[in-house]
Every structure is written in structure tokens, then in C-alpha cells.
Design a protein around this ligand. Structure first.
Ligand code: SF4
Length: 275
């Protein structure tokens, strides 16, 4: 059961290393990915629900943004979003990310979107109308069963890829985020080959690749979610603080394997590692 609470915010744009600013219209995300790094936000929220089971909706987000940007001189890059998916299912009702996107584009900001939701199709009219915005999709696996466990309420992986294809058809800049590629689950040769095969022929601007960073309760979440059924043998070999050598092996091998398949499908010039 998802608990939704309407709240108000005092500021919306936050300075960030990801871009000049990040923008989040929601705190919390009902996509409920097991590996979600944003779960650290729960420390700052007095909510009894687990991460993924509550969403705070900043209902005054567009109004606050309109005021805040009067103090910032564009062009500046804004990343949507860092502690939620701005196009999670609630966005269909509240339309806050859409409203903020429109305000930013109209004011001349560069906007970079990362989502796992085909709801972004609704806002292609805005993305098409301006030259600067770019649309990224996250994918971690082409195994539908694994994807349903890891990212149970996000759009299916093939739907995400098809959404990017549609964006390209409309001249929207696109990129892909492959991450986190979990050891033993997503970094297998079979999965990496399937991913790069699916990306072959897509005219992506960049392909970012990231490893698992088991912090802020991410490992506990993965243990809970993967310790059943066919994933019962989930092991902690990669846990950075307890087995740094294995973690470093995993990181190095992930790079090697990724480059092998990127090269095979003529995509190595597009790959950027985030670690
Ligand atoms: S889509 Fe992103 S923010 Fe939402 S649960 Fe998944 S990883 Fe977290």
C-alpha cells in the first residue's frame, strides 16, 4: 500500500555534482527498486513506511520553481530527478514534473531527464519543442523475471528502450544509463550481450555504466528482495567494506566485460563509466 502525502516546499532547485542543479517534485518513489540509492532520504523523513512505500508530493513545486529561477541566470543544467523518478505513476495525476519542465525550458535552462517510465511519452511535445533537453532511460537487465524483482513497478525494459526509439524519431537527444549492474545478476556475459545487442543501432548520445554501491541500506534491501526463490544464493562477496578485494575484482571485471560487448556492437566510443 502506497502512502501519499501532499506537502509544500520552500526551494526546489538544489546544487549538485550531477548537474548544476537537481530538481525533485517528489520525495519517495513507488517504482520500489531494490537497489535504490535514494533510500537514504528516509533518514530525513519522519515516516513509518519503508522506502518505496511512501511518496511526498510537493504540490507547490511549479510556483516555487518559477520564483527560484528569477535568481539564476541560464543556461544552467538541471537534472530531473535525483531522489525520485519524476515520471513515476503519481506524476500522471499531479503533472508537477511536466509543469516544472515547461518552466525550465521556457526560461532557457538545459534539462536532462532520467527515468524508468514510459509516462515521459506524454511530455514529448515539450522535449521536441526545444533543442536542449535530453532524455535518458535506466536499464539494468533484459531478463524480464529479474527486472520484475529488481524494479517491480517501473516500465518494462523493452518499453523503456522503445520509448527512447520514439524520442529519437522526434529528434530528441537520448542517452542510456546502465546501472547499477549488480554482481552475479546484471554483470553476466549473457545480460551484457543482450543489453548491447538491444542498443545496437540506437543513435544514443552516451551510454553511462555504473556499478552497485552498497550503501545506505541498499545491501539490506537487496538481501531481502533477492533472498528467495531462484535468488536464494545471493552472496555478499562484493560488499565493499567487508571484502574490498572482491569488490574491486567485480568493478574491474565489469569494466572489462562491458567494453568487450560495447566493442562487439560498435558502441565503445559511446561508453562512459561512472566509477
Ligand atoms: S526509479 Fe530511481 S528513484 Fe525510483 S525507486 Fe527506482 S532507483 Fe529509486
Amino acid at each position: 500500500m502506497l502512502k501519499v502525502r501532499e506537502t509544500t516546499c520552500k526551494t526546489l532547485l538544489n546544487k549538485s555534482k550531477l548537474a548544476d542543479f537537481t530538481l525533485n517534485c517528489y520525495v519517495g518513489c513507488s517504482h520500489r527498486c531494490l537497489y535504490c540509492y535514494a533510500r537514504y532520504m528516509k533518514k530525513f523523513k519522519d515516516r513509518p513506511e519503508d522506502w518505496g512505500y511512501f511518496v511526498d508530493v510537493k504540490i507547490n513545486a511549479p510556483e516555487i520553481l518559477a520564483k527560484q529561477i528569477t535568481k539564476i541566470r541560464p543556461p544552467k543544467e538541471v537534472f530531473m530527478s535525483s531522489i525520485c523518478d519524476g515520471w513515476q505513476p503519481l506524476e500522471a495525476r499531479y503533472k508537477l514534473s511536466r509543469a516544472c519542465l515547461a518552466i525550465l525550458l521556457e526560461a532557457g535552462f538545459e534539462v536532462s531527464i532520467l527515468t524508468k517510465s514510459s509516462l515521459i511519452l506524454r511530455d514529448f511535445d515539450l522535449l521536441e519543442a526545444y533543442k536542449t533537453p535530453s532524455l535518458g532511460m535506466t536499464i539494468t537487465t533484459l531478463d524480464r523475471n529479474l527486472q520484475k524483482v529488481l524494479e517491480p513497478y517501473a516500465s518494462e525494459t523493452t518499453e523503456r528502450i522503445n520509448t527512447l526509439k520514439k524520442a529519437q524519431g522526434k529528434g530528441i537527444k537520448t542517452w542510456m544509463f546502465l546501472g547499477p549492474l549488480l554482481p552475479e545478476f546484471c554483470d553476466t556475459k549473457a545480460n551484457l550481450e543482450a543489453i548491447f545487442r538491444a542498443l545496437e543501432g540506437l543513435n544514443l548520445d552516451r551510454i553511462y555504466v555504473d556499478r552497485l554501491n552498497p550503501r545506505w541500506g541498499v545491501l539490506e534491501s537487496l538481501k531481502k528482495g533477492l533472498s528467495r526463490g531462484e535468488y536464494a544464493n545471493f552472496r555478499l562477496l562484493f560488499y565493499k567494506s567487508t571484502n574490498p578485494a572482491r569488490y574491486s575484482d567485480y568493478s574491474r571485471q565489469l569494466k572489462d566485460k562491458t567494453l568487450e560487448y560495447a566493442h562487439q556492437f560498435n558502441l565503445s566510443d559511446k561508453v562512459t563509466f561512472c566509477f
